[in-house]
Design a binder for this molecule. Structure first.
Ligand SMILES: C[S@@+](CC[C@H](N)C(=O)[O-])C[C@H]1O[C@@H](n2cnc3c(N)ncnc32)[C@H](O)[C@@H]1O
Length: 338
């Protein structure tokens, strides 16, 4: 008995006889993706870019440019390879990066599979843009940062990008997941960072007990329960522990902010991703002074907190009991623009 995937594959096979050029295949792919209602957000945000990424990978072409190939006619075997990959994307609803085994961030290639989140954190952009701009206004010693921690490192994309951005720094990547750390080790080796990137396993800062850092980067699990319920299949293909952040998304963030003062140097900084949870973040930490670092994806997705601001806020690891939460408007977070 043929499965739905086999039947679709047969359809793709028929299409492979008619479609000729790269442009033909891309148009076909976008139509398939749109009619199947795919969700994006793992490196691309629309059907065209998703089809381009898959096609270029299947044809062993670099991720850009595309234009020189658009009118190239392809032999049948190549057309079939591309169309089969498109069908796998539709049938599996896995992110494209899990199908190809690689993800690109800031022009760097990372090994990628279901052991860790697909790399896409806007912290990567901030390391090149918003953070240096902020540091111009709030200068540190020339040797800063000598030490960097990428907490919740997953496949270590941010740790590796930070190591390249700050070539003198020693970097630690820490995660609770042994699977994610195994993938991180592959990436560390591919990027030749065995001497400068240490990978440690543990529950948040327990992995680096007694150590302090100039810069702590962290893209923690912060998706709130309601949003978790509504996740499309592409996001459910990722490790749940990489996403789920409890009722208001702040379960891990509370613990991170409470523990961070013991792990930051005097002029240390915590750069934390909160995605679309700014309202929950502001409600959870009304007494905390912090800065938002703007990125292309949004103005309030990344929080930058100075060691002194964290210490002053004296945050507790657990949410206060009901009734002790300040009513809306009684205490306002004091976020500053860079
Ligand atoms: C959102 S992913 C971030 C992965 C990577 N840094 C990135 O930006 O692509 C969150 C990571 O936190 C890890 N994690 C979850 N709970 C943790 C805990 N209690 N301690 C350390 N890491 C944890 C997960 O295993 C996952 O790799």
């Amino acid at each position: 008995m043929s499965t739905a995937f086999d039947r679709r594959l047969a359809g793709a096979d028929a299409a492979a006889r008619e479609l000729r050029t790269v442009r033909d295949l891309l148009r076909w792919g976008v139509s398939r993706f749109e009619s199947a209602g795919l969700a994006y957000g793992h490196g691309t945000d629309n059907g065209w870019d998703e089809a381009v990424a898959l096609l270029l990978w299947a044809l062993h072409l670099p991720p850009e440019p595309l234009d020189p190939w658009l009118d190239a006619r392809l032999p049948r075997a190549e057309r079939r390879a591309v169309l089969e990959l498109f069908e796998r994307r539709v049938a599996s609803r896995e992110p494209a990066a899990y199908l190809t085994g690689e993800a690109w961030l800031r022009g760097m290639r990372f090994a990628c599979d279901a052991r860790a989140l697909v790399p896409r954190s806007p912290i990567a952009e901030a390391l090149d843009e918003a953070l240096p701009q902020w540091l111009e206004l709030h200068p540190r010693a020339p040797s800063w940062p000598a030490s960097i921690l990428d907490l919740c490192t997953g496949g270590a994309s941010l740790a590796i990008l930070a190591a390249h951005r700050f070539p003198e720094a020693q970097v630690v990547g820490a995660d609770l997941s042994a699977d994610a750390l195994a993938l991180a080790a592959v990436n560390r080796e591919r990027h030749g960072l065995q001497q400068r990137l240490e990978l440690l396993r543990g529950d948040l800062f327990a992995a680096v007990r007694g150590r302090r850092f100039d810069l702590v980067l962290c893209n923690p699990p912060y998706v709130n329960d309601a949003s978790m319920q509504a996740l499309p299949p592409e996001y459910r293909a990722e490790p749940r522990a990489a996403l789920a952040g409890g009722p208001d998304g702040m379960d891990l963030v509370r613990r991170i902010l409470a523990q961070a003062p013991s792990h930051l140097c005097g002029d240390g900084l915590l750069l934390l991703e909160i995605g679309h949870e700014a309202a929950h973040f502001e409600a959870a930490f009304p007494a905390l002074e912090f800065h938002y670092l703007p990125v292309a994806a949004g103005e309030r997705m990344l929080v930058l907190v100075e060691a002194g601001q964290l210490a002053a806020a004296a945050i507790r690891s657990r949410a206060p009991r009901r009734g002790s939460i300040p009513r809306r408007g009684t205490a306002r977070p004091r976020a500053r623009r860079p």
